[in-house]
Design a protein around this ligand. Structure first.
Ligand SMILES: N[C@@H](CCC(=O)N[C@@H](CS)C(=O)NCC(=O)O)C(=O)O
Length: 247
């Protein structure tokens, strides 16, 4: 298997999953990890687009099978390598999957858009950003309220075991300072973030593409480099990749 990824929230979902599966007795010895430099536009290369038509990391190649979408990859790996990370009986499985889909449809897009407006869209006037910023900030806060209520009386999203629901949510929520959707003063979220971060597999998963001393605090140089890459991805000029674009 080959994982094509980058050190970003959607990338870390899969690297954390791989490391958690290793803890659950699946060594995944044959797995190769390749980093795609999305700040330089490698996601638009024909080689990458053959694996991932959506031009975004992460993507997985398993023999002749190509898979895109981080949450689909979590589900695929969870099913292929059985463990408590994805129960296989119907109701417990959908107990988990509803939160995975909730992340994919809500937390990812809202945190990602808030991040882009907050950090990356340098070429847009502040007045033009004000409404979307307010909208994504408020929706992000609402979503964090939903997650906090779900975590009331639970260590993890689906009970006392970490599952792919936590793995899908954690990389976005831990990055709240980057998106500026604060979780400070929401005890259930602060405790959950610390609980997930304390796992050795999570530590290893967060280190894919990041030096271990920068897992929790990026250097100023890395912040600048990521912001420059983000600004080029979010540039208004790059909005114009129409239906006929070859890359
Ligand atoms: N829904 C997709 C989102 C993937 C995504 O947005 N990936 C970002 C990095 S976190 C990316 O590759 N961005 C490159 C770009 O937008 O050009 C998933 O969950 O895999």
């Amino acid at each position: 298997m080959r994982l094509l990824t980058a050190p970003t929230p959607n990338g870390w979902k899969v690297s954390i999953m791989i490391e958690e599966l290793r803890e659950h007795g699946h060594p995944l010895q044959e797995l190769e990890v390749e980093f795609v430099d999305i700040g330089k536009g490698e996601q638009f290369s024909p080689e990458f687009m053959r694996v991932c038509p959506n031009q975004k990391i992460p993507a997985l190649v398993d023999g002749d099978f190509n898979l895109m979408e981080s949450c689909a990859i979590l589900e695929y790996l969870g099913e292929k390598f059985p463990s408590p990370l994805l129960p296989l009986e119907l109701e417990p499985r959908f107990e988990v999957l509803q939160w995975v889909y909730w992340q994919a449809a809500n937390v990812g897009p809202v945190f990602g858009n808030k991040l882009s407006y907050t950090r990356y869209m340098d070429d847009v006037e502040p007045a033009a950003k004000a409404h979307p910023m307010e909208r994504f900030a408020k929706e992000g806060q609402r979503l964090m309220g939903v997650l906090s209520r779900r975590l009331e009386g639970r260590d993890f999203v689906c009970g006392d075991q970490l599952t792919i629901a936590d793995i899908a949510l954690y990389p976005w929520v831990r990055g709240w300072k980057w998106s500026k959707i604060p979780i400070v003063g929401i005890p259930n979220l602060e405790a959950w973030v610390d609980r997930v971060r304390a796992r050795p597999a999570v530590e290893r998963g967060l280190a894919y593409g990041v030096p271990s001393e920068e897992i929790d605090q990026w250097s100023e140089a890395r912040k600048k480099q990521v912001a420059a890459g983000g600004s080029s991805m979010a540039a208004t000029a790059n909005l114009d990749r129409g239906p006929d674009a070859k890359n």
